[in-house]
Ligand binder design. Sequence first.
Ligand SMILES: *Cc1c(COP(=O)(O)O)cnc(C)c1O
Ligand SMILES: [Zn+2]
Length: 410
Amino acid sequence: MTTANLFCIDCGEIFSSSELSIICDQCGGTLEVELIDKARISDQPILQGSILNRYKSFYPYLDTTVIEGLGEGFTPLVEVPALAQEHGIEHLYFKNETQNPTWSFKDRGTVTGVAHALTLNFSKIGTVSTGNMAVSVAAYGSRAGLDTYILVNDQIAQEKLLPIAIYKPDLVKVSGDYGQLYYKSLELGREHGIYFINSDVPFRVEGYKTLSFEICEQMNFEVPDYVIVPTSAGGNLRGIIKGFEEFLACGYIDRLPTFVCAQASGCAPIVEAAKSEKDRIERFNSPSTIAHAIENPLPPSGNAVLKKLKALNGQFVAVTDEEIIKAQAKIAEAGMFVQPASAVSYAAVSALRKEGILTHRDKVVCILTGSGLKYTAAFEKHQLDIMTSTLEALGDFISEHTRRKHDYRK
Ligand SMILES: *Cc1c(COP(=O)(O)O)cnc(C)c1O
Ligand SMILES: [Zn+2]
């Protein structure tokens, strides 16, 4: 194990991975681990390893022996030809992150965050979240036997609270301004030695690199043309970009894809800033969208995403709730049930195609970030038909039904 430097995206100040630094102590800017440019994929058989073992040399600053994972990552990349055809594009793939241990991609960042906490000998971790990140940190904290502080706002629905509580973390409902809670957690972390693995902590973002490593391997190192990412805090998108950049630097691929920051139009601070050609994001007023998992009005990595995507000629797309629900139904048609926030990536395909940005020759990967069972309230938005019959009448019922269906198809 060695150490790596972190640098502040805003002022360039340097930090070391051997200490806990979450934001720049000079300017409050976003920190990022330096690019790892001399690393190799391990040749250990996949079924015997974990993502941290397979991509170990891309994490030279982590002691990967300190953590036992839960089988995060190694998720399927599913090609969906029928949907590709509808949009008149050559290849469309869904990277199905719902198959992670706590049903979202957050586990990839939690495992590296916890590994870093253990590497630095922390015995307490935490997070501020009401959704997937809280569940993920609670699960991994419990697995590692750490004191795990989960701070949620007091408006949280039982449906979201209990799936966090089941892992028995130190779970606190906090009343007051939820936006301030993030900063409060950093203060409490310093005071009480709690490593808060929040949304854009550098060692959480590092974990998201594995999403890109897997996509490259699954596509036999042929780089897709577009990678579309539902974006809230911006941690996932930053990690995904860095993953491709590191594979490029290490010679595994020969170019980068075009990255797309996809947001819900009911809360699109990064897309708005890009469209109005601003350099900094502004707080999004009265956010409202069904895509709750990406409803952050002032994303901490927003400026970093804006700067990075502009430099790389990325795209920014916002989609409406109506488009999101339609996309959710279409993804289910392809056999995958995702939460509304995840459907934003596929909804963006139509938008990009309409704008003439995607062409028929493009290979597109949509990240499906989290499971549909995380937000069952969305069922109400769909027309779901359920038929009924008695046991005695079932024979006739099915005959009649199949006949009608057959006639209808003719
Ligand atoms: C956290 C989350 C996102 C957004 O990721 P960021 O790193 O915050 O940009 C998107 N979709 C789902 C389902 C999430 O849980
Ligand atoms: Zn700084």
